[in-house]
Design a protein around this ligand. Structure first.
Ligand code: FE
Length: 142
């Protein structure tokens, strides 16, 4: 599903072609027991589902893009919610006409190479659901 090399507190990760990115990154965090950290990456995908949070309805609106795209930027963080790995990742991806789509990344399937850097912060960072915001936000008291 992926291969990696650790250098200090950072992991260089290559996810296998035709693999779904969010599932692979979650498996990686579980395997390496990373409880908090930062993720950045680039790569090529053939399919991507983005979500847009509507603050008025407090609901996510999902949209699937099925076309070849180049991840120009993927950035996010690792924390935990209910003791499970929680990934919060945003992405900007370039289309064949050089326009870009961007948003909160729900899932994406690789079609080409991928190169990620994951930094392990070395401790637990928890989230809680905020009914006011409708979002899972950091809870630094835990
Ligand atoms: Fe988000």
């Amino acid at each position: 599903m992926y291969s990696y090399k650790r250098i200090g507190s950072r992991y260089i990760v290559s996810i296998d072609n035709h693999t779904e990115i969010i599932g692979a990154l979650s498996s990686f965090c579980n395997e390496t027991r990373i409880l908090s950290g930062a993720i950045s990456g680039i790569g090529a995908v053939s399919e991507m589902t983005l979500r847009f949070f509507n603050p008025d309805t407090k609901a996510y609106e999902d949209k699937c893009f099925k076309e070849q795209m180049e991840i120009a930027n993927l950035i996010g963080n690792i924390s935990s919610l209910d003791d499970k790995v929680y990934l919060h990742i945003h992405v900007t991806a370039g289309r064949s006409d050089y326009s870009a789509v961007a948003g909160h990344l729900l899932s994406a399937v690789l079609n080409g190479a991928s190169e990620f850097v994951i930094e392990d912060f070395g401790g637990r960072l928890r989230r809680n659901f905020s009914p006011d915001l409708g979002l899972n936000i950091y809870d630094f008291r835990q």
